[in-house]
Design a protein around this ligand. Structure first.
Ligand code: NDP
Length: 339
């Protein structure tokens, strides 16, 4: 069983000494357990949060433990009726090739994926998984109405790219913020965004002002930091901020300088705006309904998704670092084994 164990809490990017790569015997299963072979592992910005001790919605990964991660796998041995051999399952596989299905007591149990599958397996970690569902819930909270201006940061990523498409379907003017001209071009040309601002351009603040001439009614916030601050400064009266993530801060969570500081918080007051944070796993009871809607939209062609698939579990650490810096596009997953 090849795997990654967390050895140190990283400062900045995740180093080789923080996540240690190793090989151990596959564990024997006992009664009421099943052995799952990981096929795809989801790489998420929140993995970096779990490595830190920041006060969070979930306990940190203990030092020495297998790195926590969500994956899609296949049951290869079973001593429980609800997880038959051969079934495709979704759950906290961890960053390892094989896991015991009830190993991760902290988190949700494994669930069996529908048969036949409505989309490729990896989609259950993206559009039809936690990132697509986050986009759906955040757009619902932001409630963009026809003609309103909806801004989404990390717009070319797993959550942002879906959130922008959903807001567009509600008739809003959708403005994305993404890293690089090529990402922006694709969002405008292929996903129907009205405009996209390249956060690496020198004059991104002016570009965002130009793209939002009537101010901002909804902020789907994924990044925090200077981008969120500038967006707050342009909120309209009654604006809604759906606070999904703060990726610009995550690398600092083991240092003292936890937060990058916002200077425009007063605009929430002046504009009588609402800011609401949300965590997708609080909405488990709605997953079935939301996945059904997203799958239908995918099948009728009104939603599309992109993914970056990297082969080999051994590349998970470096790929996570790349995803955190914006070097991947759409949902980032590692292909651990062929189905
Ligand atoms: P992705 O890895 O797909 O996208 C993250 C993107 O963030 C990167 O590609 C990069 O894109 C951008 N980024 C990185 N650093 C910065 C920075 N300093 N400033 C601005 N942008 C930056 O991630 P997801 O789509 O999965 O996640 C997006 C956000 O949503 C994250 O904050 C994540 O934690 C959060 N999230 C929250 C959930 C919840 O339940 N609340 C559930 C899932 C995700 P680019 O270079 O193109 O700007």
């Amino acid at each position: 069983n090849r795997l990654f164990r967390l050895r140190n809490r990283p400062r900045g990017r995740v180093g080789e000494g923080d996540l240690e790569w190793g090989e151990e015997p596959v564990v024997e299963i006992g009664d009421g357990q099943a052995l799952v072979r990981t096929l795809y592992l989801s790489l998420d910005p929140t993995n970096r949060v779990w490595m830190s001790r920041v006060r969070s919605y979930i306990a940190p990964v203990e030092l020495g433990a297998v790195m926590r991660g969500l994956g899609v796998g296949q049951v290869v041995e079973s001593r429980r009726a609800d997880l038959p051999v051969g079934a495709y399952v979704l759950g906290f596989t961890g960053w390892q090739e094989y896991c015991v299905a009830d190993d991760f007591v902290l988190e949700a149990p494994f669930t069996v994926l529908p048969d036949p599958l409505p989309a490729p397996l990896s989609a259950f970690l993206g559009l039809l998984g936690h990132t697509g569902i986050s986009a759906f819930i955040g757009v619902e909270l932001g409630d963009p109405r026809p003609g309103e201006t909806f801004v989404v940061s990390a717009a070319a990523g797993a959550v942002g790219s879906i959130a922008g498409q959903l807001a567009k379907q509600r008739g809003a003017r959708v403005v994305g913020i993404a890293g690089g001209a090529e990402k922006c071009r694709r969002l405008e040309a292929e996903l129907g965004f009205d405009a996209c601002v390249d956060r690496h351009s020198k004059d991104w603040r002016k570009a965002l002002d130009d793209a939002t001439p009537h101010g901002i009614d909804v902020d789907f916030e994924n990044v925090g930091g200077p981008i969120m601050d500038h967006v707050l400064g342009r909120l309209n009266v009654g604006a809604r901020v759906a606070l999904c993530g703060l990726i610009s801060e995550y690398d600092n969570y083991n240092d003292r300088s936890d937060q990058l500081g916002l200077r425009n918080v007063h605009q929430l007051l002046m504009q009588r705006a609402t800011l609401r944070g949300f965590i997708v796993t609080d909405h488990v009871e709605r997953y079935g309904e939301i996945i059904g809607k997203l799958a239908a939209a995918l099948q009728e062609g009104s939603l599309s998704y992109e993914e970056t698939v990297v082969d080999g579990l051994e590349n998970a650490r470096t790929t996570l670092n790349q995803a955190l810096s914006g070097e991947t596009r759409g949902k980032t997953v590692v292909k651990v084994a062929a189905p």
